[in-house]
Write a protein of this length. Structure first.
Length: 258
């Protein structure tokens, strides 16, 4: 493998990460039916409500167009700064994810499939963090990209039998997560089940040990995140939290560990 490939992939990942929030915005207009909105949405809602209330109160008490314009400019500046920070953070994550896949053992000719799933995974993670959704169109495109990429890789290698691993991986992932979702009191959504099945395709390409690691790691990562948020008093025990980012991070780490 060329020494410059991870650097090139990191640059490509940074570009994919930078546009992920913009693409995610196309899927975050609908708020999920939950007990309460996610923390990010709550903060945004409170901020926007406060700005609206301030504008209304200003209009009623003391009409001052220049003051309103200055307040609007400050609000726009803050929104732009948040968007820029979000894009920068996603670009950094994308660079790490793509660069890591460039050196992951066993990927080989299937690298385009892994990168395509990773790119869509960045968008899915942003959407899930924003509104607890994993939109079917995005998951479906990720599945299609994985299948096409893995079929192409198997054809290039002259090993059509290599496709049995991905198919078995997707079936096992779907079955395992579906059973978890059906357990009484489970908070696992079927969007998570479908995403797990998609991630089972590339993980199955890498072999059974990697697949099993990819099935276990997300729960460990999610559990650590929940404990950290509880300790920081950022969430309550009944707060709904997204699992999609943990699924994606666990699959990526499993690929790196080989």
């Amino acid at each position: 493998m060329s020494a410059g490939l991870p650097v090139l992939l990191a640059a490509l990942g940074a570009a994919a990460g930078a546009v992920a929030p913009w693409l995610a915005g196309r899927f975050t207009t609908t708020r999920p039916a939950t007990d309460g909105p996610p923390a990010g949405i709550s903060v945004a809602g409170v901020s926007l409500a406060g700005v609206s209330a301030a504008g209304t109160a200003g209009a009623d008490s003391s009409p001052d167009p220049p003051a309103r314009h200055r307040a609007s400019d400050r609000t726009s500046a803050r929104v732009s700064a948040r968007r820029s920070a979000r894009a920068s953070a996603c670009a950094a994550v994308g660079a790490v994810v793509f660069g890591g896949l460039g050196v992951a053992p066993g990927v080989g000719a299937a690298l385009p499939a892994f990168l395509a799933v990773a790119a869509l995974g960045l968008v899915l993670a942003v959407v899930d963090l924003a509104c607890l959704r994993l939109p079917d169109p995005l998951v479906g495109v990720a599945a299609l990209a994985a299948v096409v990429g893995l079929v192409a890789a198997a054809s290039v290698a002259g090993r059509p039998d290599r496709l049995l691993g991905p198919l078995a991986g997707a079936a096992l992932s779907f079955t395992g997560y579906a059973l978890l979702a059906l357990l009484p009191g489970s908070r696992l959504g079927f969007g998570d089940v479908k995403l797990a099945a998609v991630l089972g395709l590339p993980l199955g390409w890498l072999g059974w040990p990697t697949l099993l690691t990819g099935l276990v790691l997300p729960h460990a990562l999610h559990g650590l995140a929940v404990l950290g948020l509880l300790a920081a008093r950022r969430v309550r025990r009944d707060t709904l939290l997204p699992l999609g980012p943990a699924l994606l991070a666990g699959a990526w780490l499993a690929a790196l560990l080989g």
